[in-house]
Design a protein around this ligand. Structure first.
Ligand code: CAA
Length: 388
């Protein structure tokens, strides 16, 4: 038993299962992800064999019930695995996060039995990977401003529009697409649909050339008169905006864990480097200037971990976690940006070149302040929660 306790007495009680998940994720990250991580970043390629392995090891459907092929684990196990994988490869962890906390969780929580049997099982077992399609050229933070439309045409809906910055845009087989069915009803006229790749009129567009998480595939997706069966609408008519918001609440815990992992990875590399690199006749870890940096990095990371674990625990206990998830993401993403910048500074000239990994961590950190709700949106969510 390994306990992590917050000052107000919240006890996280990491059990043997949590520790086993941590070890398995660490092994996978070290043995399978670390070799080639720099090349994958440069070439902007992930490789289907790695996605397959993540699926076989159970990292793509961690919280899904075993009856649908998932691992039946709690959210705390999931964030522990996310941290370990993000320490090495944040491109892998964003693919994992979107599949687990947006696509699988959304389907398991709000899908009907037929949808779960048909779509959730292949997603949870890693046979296929999914994408969550909310953002549009003119609907990023302002998610209600959906221009994609799904018009009721009897047996099916006709989907038209464009989605932007879609993680797993090309590698996914199953997409959850948010669209307006009744634009005059504003957010109450939005629905969520399961759309299969290969459906006529569904085209994968431009691949983004990104600053960070470069090995993950981020694409524009286009829908032109795509027929979506009525059976593929998730929930009651008009439930789509609530579906997206509620799914993103949990997604933010996953991204907070990713930010935590990026920070931890950069910190661990800096700690190691500071013991090896000598200046002025001694290891730089013996210089107070470096010690102060390491101390502050470790402290901020520990604080971020407590927020991430707290949000995960609240979700596992069935309690309200909207504010906790937003706080965890807001704080952990700032920690990731700050720690990775300091990691580059500690490494000096070596930090500025790819071989030492920390420049990648710094580039990867930035997106955690942007996707699944920018830091500004997290502040808005927190303010609404504390003021209501
Ligand atoms: N949880 C549950 N319900 C919520 C919610 C939340 N966090 N936030 C809003 N809602 C509900 C409200 O209660 C309201 O419900 P009622 O109709 O019953 O009253 C409804 O949704 C509309 O809410 P608002 O009036 O507050 O809507 P708004 O337009 O003022 O603001 C927002 C909503 C919080 C700003 C929202 O647009 C938002 O979260 N924007 C950010 C979008 C985002 O995170 N995008 C990420 C893209 S996905 C991604 O990045 C994935 C990837 O690939 C990595």
């Amino acid at each position: 038993m390994s306990n992590t306790t917050t000052p107000n007495g919240m006890d996280f009680n990491l059990n043997e299962e949590h520790l086993a998940v941590q070890e398995a994720a660490r092994d996978f990250a070290t043995n399978d992800l670390l070799p080639g991580v720099i090349t994958r970043d440069e070439e902007q390629k992930f490789g289907p064999e790695l996605i397959k392995k993540m699926g076989e090891l159970g990292f793509l459907g961690m919280m899904v019930a075993p009856e649908y092929g998932g691992g039946g684990m709690d959210t705390l196990s999931y964030v522990i695995a996310m941290e370990e994988i993000s320490k090495i490869d944040a491109s892998a962890s964003v693919m994992m996060s979107v599949n687990n906390s947006l696509v699988c969780w959304g389907l398991e929580t709000y899908g009907d039995e037929d949808q779960k049997r048909k779509y959730l099982t292949p997603l949870a077992t890693g046979k296929v990977i999914g994408a969550f399609c909310l953002s549009e050229p003119e609907a990023g933070s302002d998610a209600t401003s959906q221009h994609t439309t799904a018009i009721d045409a009897g047996e099916h809906y006709i989907l038209n529009g464009t989605k932007n910055w879609i993680t797993n845009g090309n590698s996914s087989s199953i997409c959850l697409v948010i669209a307006h069915t009744h634009p005059e009803k504003a957010h109450k006229g939005i629905n969520a649909f399961i759309v299969e790749k290969g459906t006529e009129g569904f085209v994968v567009g431009k691949k983004e050339d990104k600053m960070g998480i470069r090995a993950s595939d981020t694409h524009t997706l286009m829908f032109s008169d795509v027929k979506v069966p009525k059976a593929n609408r998730i929930g009651e008519d008009g439930f789509g905006f609530k579906f997206a918001m509620s799914t993103l609440n949990g997604g933010r815990i996953g991204i907070a864990a990713q930010a935590l992992g990026i920070a931890s990875g950069a910190y661990e590399r800096s700690l190691q480097y500071s013991k090896e690199r000598k200046t002025f006749g001694k290891p730089i870890s013996e210089h107070q200037a470096i010690q102060f940096k390491l101390s502050e990095m470790a402290t901020r990371i520990e604080a971020a971990r407590l927020l991430v674990y707290k949000a995960a625990r609240l979700k596992d206990q069935g309690k309200d976690y909207i504010k906790a998830a937003a706080m965890a993401k807001l704080f952990a993403s700032d920690v990731a940006m700050w720690v990775t910048t300091e990691a580059v500074q500690i490494h000096g000239g070596y930090g500025y070149v790819k071989e030492y990994h920390v420049e990648r961590h710094m580039r990867d950190a930035k997106i955690t302040q942007i996707y699944e709700g920018t830091s500004e949106i997290q502040k808005l969510v927190i303010a609404r929660e504390i003021l209501k």
